[in-house]
Ligand binder design. Sequence first.
Ligand code: 13P
Length: 257
Amino acid sequence: MSRERAKLVVGNWKMHGRIGENATLLIEVAAGASALQKGVSVGVCVPCPYLAQSQALLSGSVVRWGIQDVSAHTGGAFTGEVAAEMAADFGVTYAIVGHSERRAYHRESPELVASKAQRAIEAGLTPIVCVGETLEEREAGTTERIIGTQLEAVLQALTEEQAAGIVVAYEPVWAIGTGKTARPGQAQDVHAFLRHKLLEKGATVANVPLLYGGSVKPENAEELFGQKDIDGGLIGGASLKSKDFLAICRAAQTVTH
Ligand code: 13P
C-alpha cells in the first residue's frame, strides 16, 4: 500500500514575507514546480494578508496555497481571528492547525486544535495537523504518548471519511529552526507509529500523507523522504528561498515509495 502514495511538499512561511519579495518567490516556485513529475504536489502556507496575492499569482499553476491557522469559530466577536470560510474565499487548499508554535505560544490544547481541524474541513480546506514532542518529552520517553494524544484528539472529532482527507505533519519541536534534524530512522519510527494510529481509525485513513518537518534542507530531504512512511515535508526556513524549496521538491520526486 505505501508504494502507491504520492509525495507532498508544503512550505510554511511563518511570519515572513513582504509583498514585493513574495511576488518573486511565488512566481519562481510556480515556474519550478511546473517541471516536477506527477506524483509530487506542492503548496505554500503564507501569512493571511498575502492570501490574495498568492491566489493572484498561483491560480492556474500546479502550486496550491494555504493558511497557517484558522479559528475554531465560524464567525462572531473574535477580534483578530480568521475563519476557515474566509480563507476559502481566497481559493485556499491547506490550513495548518496545531503547529507547535501555536501550541506553545498560544496555549492551544489538543481539543482546540481538533475544533480548528473540523472548521477547516467544513469550509472545504485540507487541514495539515501538526504533532510533535519537545526535547524534554523525548528524553523522558514520552514521545508516543504526547503525539498520540495530539493526533487522537483530532481523529476523535472527525468521521472516518473526514479523517481520510487530512494531512498529518510530524514536527519534533527540538528540530524546528534549530538545524537539528531527526535522523531518518528516528523520524520513520514515529511515522510508523502515527500510521498505526491512523489505521486504527480506519483502513482509508491509514493512507493520509504523513509529512516530516524540522530543519528539512536540500541536503537531507532525499534521505528523509526515502523512508517508508514519510510522504513529504513541511518546510519552514528553506521554503523562503525558491532555489532551496524547489531542490527539496525535486528530492521528493527522486524517491518513489
Ligand atoms: P524549519 O524548516 O525552519 O525547521 O521549520 C519547520 C516548521 O516548523 C514547518 O512548519
